[in-house]
Design a protein around this ligand. Structure first.
Ligand code: ARG
Length: 452
């Protein structure tokens, strides 16, 4: 089939090298969906008689059944998913030879890929929404637990664990917007662009577009067969998402260590060591962190493939799907397992608080107390800084200082100042929009709920 100008079959080595079944067979159902829309349009526009179009569609449905039942074993000698399906269709229904009227594999592969990717990205949307829900419910569960907040990996100020979880809500929410953008950028219908220039036949591109549920037909046929931006848009979403996942996992890995010990991971999500009986390793978190590299590499891989390509289709583009599926599969599994793990993470309130005590993390609170008494902030900063130096030298914590000792080092020190010197007060009093104050976090939880 399709020999035409050739007098010899493609060499076996070339067949092996050029085939793409290993990466495109998974799109078989989407390919048939696109072909059905195309055949229907050929019938409705009168390019083919209606009965012929109906027979082709019936044949395609049969092929779909065979695929579903696992009866159809595609052959690499037929190169790709598109040719395999068309060849089988034509065996079942000789009118299959008319299906490729006004179509090229270039607009076909673009259509099939968009249809399949759309389904997968809609799935990711659901998985991501579930992750967001879990994070909000963690924020609710842990709102009154106080942990040290860090900058430079140094204890900075105490924060509500609910506030911490919501920081990831914001990051993943932005990811969901990037995912939506990727979905909207893929949702244009390539069918009818042909090999690159459209068709001389009176096809109706709006009709196939509508049948397939795309927002509009693509606007330029050359761009249509060359364009893979919707893939880079997805990859960018995926890369940023995995960067977030990786950072989150890293926090949890650190906090799960003996040295920190704030969080308790569910046993079912950890593994032991083959040698050291005491170990409870956070492998799921480490693997999720580790997989981020591949996902980012897939973005870079596609970008490098695309960067030197002339307008329009070039066979290099066949390689676009390998990294795409690897990435979609990875992102999907990470979303599912991390959501499950997070929903069972517990925080050891006592250890989190104990970690805070010796860190002088209330220093800013004292400086701000002095500011309210009229001390310029720079001066207040210096006063409290000197006090911290003294405390370190004397090996004494803020908590252990008497009022008299406070008064020796800090002007305006009084009982009211002593009253604010707890982590809980420190968190509660950071009552600014977006801050860690419990009331603010509660407000943000409500807002987050309305966003998922
Ligand atoms: N298997 C090809 C791909 O995935 C289909 C398009 C082939 N087009 C061509 N002109 N050889 O890109």
């Amino acid at each position: 089939m399709w020999h035409g100008r050739f007098t010899k079959d493609t060499a076996k080595t070339v067949q092996d090298f050029t085939q793409s079944l290993d990466i495109d067979w998974r799109m078989a159902e989407s390919d048939i969906e696109g072909s059905i829309a195309h055949a229907k349009m050929l019938g409705e526009t009168g390019i083919l008689p209606r009965e012929e179009s109906a027979k082709i569609i019936a044949g395609l449905l049969k092929v779909a059944d065979e695929i579903r039942e696992g009866k159809f074993i595609p052959s690499e000698s037929l190169e790709d998913v598109h040719m395999n399906i068309e060849a089988r269709l034509t065996e079942i229904e000789p009118l299959g030879a008319k299906l490729h009227t006004a179509r090229s594999r270039n607009d076909q592969v673009a259509t099939t890929t968009r249809l399949y990717l759309r389904k997968r990205l809609q799935g990711l949307r659901e998985n991501l929404r579930e992750l967001l829900r879990v994070i909000v419910s963690n924020a609710e569960r842990h709102i009154s637990i106080i942990i040290p907040g860090y900058t430079h990996m140094q204890q900075a100020q105490p924060v509500s664990m609910g506030h911490y979880w919501l920081s990831w809500f914001e990051a993943f929410y932005r990811d969901s917007q990037r995912l939506d953008f990727a979905l909207s950028s893929l949702n244009e219908c390539p069918l009818g662009a042909g090999a690159l220039a459209g068709s001389t036949l009176p096809i109706d591109r709006f009709m196939t577009c509508e049948t397939l549920g795309f927002d509009r037909p693509t606007r330029n046929s050359l761009d249509t067969v060359a364009n893979r931006d919707y893939m880079t848009d997805y990859h960018y979403f995926a890369s940023v998402f995995m960067i977030h996942i990786s950072r989150l996992c890293n926090d949890l890995i650190t906090w799960n260590s003996q040295e920190f010990g704030f969080i308790v991971l569910p046993d079912e999500f950890c593994t032991g060591s083959s040698m050291m009986p005491q170990k409870k390793n956070p492998d799921v978190l480490e693997l999720a962190r580790g997989k981020a590299g591949q996902v980012i590499a897939n973005l870079v891989d596609l970008m490098i493939t695309l960067k030197g390509l002339p307008m329009t289709y070039n066979r290099d583009l066949q390689e676009d799907k390998r990294g795409l599926w690897a990435s979609v599969d990875t992102v999907e599994s990470v979303m599912k397992i991390i959501a499950e793990l997070l929903s069972r993470v517990e925080v050891d309130e006592g250890l989190a608080l104990a970690g805070l005590e010796k860190g002088y993390s209330l220093a800013t609170d004292i400086a701000e107390y002095l500011v309210m008494k009229g001390v310029p902030f720079r001066e207040a900063h210096a006063i409290v800084g000197r006090l911290v130096g003294w405390c370190i030298a004397e090996k004494i914590a803020f908590e252990d200082m008497t009022l008299e000792q406070w008064q020796e080092h800090v002007p305006f020190a009084d009982a009211a100042m002593m009253g604010i010197l707890t982590a809980r007060e420190s968190v509660r009093r950071r009552n600014v929009y977006g801050g860690t104050g419990f009331d603010q976090v509660r407000k943000q939880i409500e807002e987050a709920k309305s966003r998922v």
